[in-house]
Design a protein. Structure first.
Length: 158
C-alpha cells in the first residue's frame, strides 16, 4: 500500500505537524489501490441496505461518477477512505459524502473535511451533505455540520 499511497499523494503532503492528509485518488489509479481499500468500503456498505457492492463503487469511481479519497497517516497506514459524489439540483450543486470508513476517525475527520470542502468549492458546490447513523450526529456537529432531516425507509416487495 505504501507505493500506491505514494503514487496518489502529493510529495510533502504529510509531516509530523500534519499527521493526516486526505488524498483524492485519480480514477485510473483506483483499481491499483482498490485491494487495499475494498475491506473498508465493504464495512461502510454494510449500512447501505444492499444498495451497492464494492465492485459497483469501484465502477462509479473509474467512470468519474464518484471520487475516492484516502486518508493517510504520516509514516503509517491508510487510516480511512471516503467516496464522494456531486448532486445536481435545479438551482444548486452539493457534494455528497456517499461512504466513509476507517479507524481513528476523530483524528482525521478534520483533514478529510478540509479536503472535501476545497474540492466541493472547486466544483461549484454550495454545501456538503452526507447521511449516517445517529451516533455520527454529535461528531459531525463538532465539524460544522447540522442535522437537516430525518430519513425514513420502508422495504417494498417487487
Amino acid at each position: 500500500m505504501a507505493a500506491a499511497a505514494e503514487a496518489a499523494a502529493a510529495p510533502g503532503a504529510l509531516s509530523a505537524s500534519v499527521p493526516h492528509a486526505a488524498v483524492l485518488v485519480q480514477p485510473g489509479t483506483a483499481p491499483l489501490i482498490w485491494p487495499h481499500v475494498e475491506p473498508m468500503i465493504a464495512r461502510a456498505l454494510a449500512y447501505a441496505n444492499g444498495t451497492a457492492e464494492p465492485a459497483d463503487v469501484l465502477q462509479r469511481v473509474v467512470e468519474g461518477q464518484a471520487w475516492l479519497w484516502l486518508v493517510l497517516e504520516a509514516g503509517g497506514p491508510t487510516r480511512g477512505v471516503a467516496v464522494s459524489e456531486v448532486l445536481t439540483f435545479p438551482r444548486a450543486r452539493e457534494a455528497n459524502i456517499w461512504l466513509i470508513a476507517g479507524e481513528g476517525m476523530p483524528g482525521w475527520l478534520g483533514a478529510l473535511g478540509d479536503a472535501l470542502e476545497q474540492w466541493a468549492r472547486s466544483l461549484g458546490c454550495v454545501a456538503i451533505r452526507g447521511r449516517g447513523r445517529k451516533g455520527w450526529l454529535p461528531f459531525m456537529q463538532q465539524h460544522g455540520y447540522a442535522q437537516i432531516a430525518v430519513e425514513y425507509r420502508k422495504e417494498i416487495e417487487p
